[in-house]
Design a protein around this ligand. Structure first.
Ligand code: FE2
Ligand code: FE2
Length: 308
C-alpha cells in the first residue's frame, strides 16, 4: 500500500516522528522516542514549501461549491488555527533559550522555522482563496480573531504568554519551562491542533473539497507530530531527573484542560447541537475521545500514567 492511501494516523512518515499518540505500543508505555538530534535529522528529511502548494481548485471550491453558511462555520474552525499558529510562533523564542540541552535548542530552532511556515501557509491560503477582505497578514489576523472564543484567549494570551514572559525573564526557571512545554506541546499542539487537523482533513477528503489546503495541512500535521515527540522526550527526561517536574506537569494539566475543552467546542457551534450530534463529519464526543487517547498515550510514555 502506498503511503498516501494509508489512514493518516498510520502513515509511515507520521509514525517516523515517534509521537506516542500514533503507536499502539504507547498503551503499554513501550515507545522508542527519538533523541533531539534524531528529531533534527528527521526535520531535514521532512522539508516542504508553502510556495509549492496549488490553491487553484480551493478557490473554486470555496466560492462555488461551499455555501455561505458553511463558509462561515468553516472559517470559524480555520481561524483558531491561523491565529493559534501565529501565537505559538510568537511565543516559542524564550523556550529555545531556556532548555538546558544544546541538542534540544537546535531542535527548537527548527520548530520556530516550522511555526513560521505554518503561519505563512494559512496566510497564503486565506489570501489566494479569498477567504477574507483584508489584504495583509496583520489585518487578516485581526479580522479572523473575531471568530475566537474567550477560552482561546485565556489559553493563548494569558496562560501561554505569561509562562513565555516568565522564562524570557528567568531562563533557568526549569519548573516554568516544564509547565510551558506541557501547555504548548502536550495540550495546544498534541490535543487541540492535531485533533482539529485530523477531523478537518477527513471531512475535506470525504467531501472532495480544498485539495491544496488538505495537501498543506497534512504537512503541517506531520510537523506537529515531530514537535509533540520533542515535547514528550523533554518531559520524560525532566520527570526522570526530578519527580517535582512530574508534579508540575500534572498541576498544569489540571489547570488548563478545562479551558482546552472550551476550545474544542468553539462559539460557532450552536448551543442546541448535542455532544453526539454529527458536525462536519464527527461528533464533539468523538473529537474529545481522539484528543484524550492521544494525551493518555503520551503521558504513559512520559511515565506519568500507568501502562495498560
Ligand atoms: Fe504549528
Ligand atoms: Fe507546532
Amino acid at each position: 500500500m502506498s503511503d498516501a492511501s494509508l489512514p493518516r494516523t498510520e502513515r509511515v512518515d507520521f509514525r517516523a516522528t515517534s509521537d506516542p499518540a500514533l503507536q499502539e505500543g504507547a498503551d503499554r508505555g513501550e515507545v522508542n522516542l527519538l533523541s533531539y538530534r534524531e528529531l533534527y535529522w528527521l526535520w531535514e528529511r521532512q522539508h516542504w514549501a508553502v510556495q509549492d502548494l496549488d490553491f487553484t481548485q480551493d478557490r473554486i471550491d470555496w466560492h462555488e461549491r461551499i455555501g455561505a453558511e458553511e463558509r462561515v462555520a468553516r472559517m470559524g474552525g480555520l481561524s483558531a488555527f491561523f491565529v493559534g499558529e501565529q501565537r505559538v510562533e510568537a511565543e516559542l523564542g524564550p523556550l529555545m533559550r531556556a532548555v538546558p540541552d544544546e541538542d534540544a535548542r537546535i531542535f527548537l530552532s527548527t520548530q520556530i522555522a516550522d511555526e513560521a511556515r505554518h503561519v505563512v501557509f494559512f496566510d497564503r491560503f486565506y489570501s489566494e482563496v479569498g477567504v477574507l477582505e483584508s489584504d495583509e497578514l496583520s489585518s487578516r489576523l485581526e479580522e479572523t480573531a473575531a471568530h475566537l472564543n474567550d477560552d482561546f484567549t485565556r489559553l493563548f494570551d494569558e496562560m501561554l504568554k505569561s509562562r513565555a514572559d516568565r522564562i524570557a525573564a528567568v531562563p533557568d526557571d526549569l519548573e516554568t519551562t516544564v509547565e510551558f512545554v506541557t501547555l504548548y506541546h502536550m495540550v495546544i499542539e498534541g490535543m487541540l491542533a492535531l485533533t482539529g487537523q485530523h477531523f478537518i482533513t477527513d471531512f475535506n477528503e470525504a467531501a472532495g473539497t480544498l485539495p491544496g489546503f488538505v495537501d498543506g495541512f497534512t504537512k503541517v500535521a506531520r510537523d506537529e507530530h515531530r514537535h509533540v515527540a520533542f515535547g514528550a522526550r523533554f518531559l520524560r527526561e525532566m520527570t526522570q531527573r526530578d519527580p517535582r517536574y512530574g508534579v508540575a506537569i500534572q498541576r498544569t494539566l489540571t489547570e488548563v484542560l478545562p479551558i482546552a475543552e472550551g476550545v474544542l467546542r468553539p462559539k460557532w457551534v450552536p448551543d442546541d447541537v448535542g455532544d453526539d450530534e454529527m458536525l462536519f463529519g464527527a461528533t464533539l464526543n468523538q473529537t474529545r475521545a481522539f484528543a484524550a487517547q492521544a494525551l493518555q498515550r503520551r503521558l504513559k510514555v512520559i511515565g506519568l500514567l500507568a501502562a495498560a
